[in-house]
Design a protein around this ligand. Sequence first.
Ligand SMILES: [Zn+2]
Length: 371
Amino acid sequence: MNNLTRFEMILRSWCEINTGSRNHDGQTQIQALLAKEFGQLPATSNVLDLPTHPALHIKKNRPKDAPKLSILFVGHTDTVFSQTHSFQSVTQLEGDKLSGPGILDMKAGILILLESLKTMESQPWAKDIYWEVLLTSDEEIGSPDSKDWLVTESNRFDIGLVFEPCLENGNFISDRKGSTNIKVTTKGKAAHVGRAIKDGVNAIDQLVSFLGDLVSQKKEGLIINVGTITGGEKANIVPDYAECMINIRGGVESDINGVLEWMEGYKPNIGTLEIECLGLRPPKPLTPEVSTLLGHLKEAGTSLGQPIDWESSGGVCDGNFMAAGGLPTIDTLGAIGKGMHTDTEYIDLTSIEKRVALTVAFLERVYRAQS
Ligand SMILES: [Zn+2]
């Protein structure tokens, strides 16, 4: 069986198990399957017992001598597609394209990671390398359970690699903005509009005037997006409740915190206003250490005839938490494809073998530079 056929078979079996972030049975199923696949490596695996979203943790058997390079590999088994979504199966498109739920983001990335480890472990220099793999199951909902592990354990390693898909043009992501979601709730007092307007306190008016004032916090490099807004019941009742969801993204953490502080200090003219911060992913800056890694990646790409380039992104991933833990991390070593988070998501199957070769050539360069 050639590699393309083999990769297609593996991806079909992985993608046709629904692993939406809240499908716990699906997570258990894929974790068992992956533990078996990674069991072909000189390693042991166990499931980290996190509160609601357990993660699969695989550790290489400790080399005899102290390792010269230790690496944390990270991926996620969850997808944005719940069990009730219509997109559940894998289909072959023209050319070597394969479409399926979570195939690009990021089951093909997990396959690239697995194949890279197999290839690397067949090299003589692998004896000097120690690695662990963490496959989280809550990345698509902000890694509420796995973020602490990622931040605190990252300092045990020299470098971090995440197998999120690269950008559609094939470019890597050098740095990422931080991101936070905020829920703003205003409360007033309901009243009949015709008979008792004076008794009412309009919660929607309050929310609208808050959002008007929020514009003063906009600045270069900072994104403030009001994504949803709800409230009220009927046109002839003064609304006693309104809420909105806001996403803030910025490259500098203090910029994001500045807006949060402004929100928390905001005093409405009348009624009450509550701010709830639903998790923060800190920015992932382009540090000198990351630049050095990107340099090695470019050289590895050149040696294989794969031109490598990179750009910044407003998107976030688990790499943000690893960077917050001080770990120099490249987080887009996954497959090439299009349409992530939509039902047209697909990968170019031929990119798997290329990215495996790139990952191994890159790691050999990092190892040689380190030892
Ligand atoms: Zn992802």
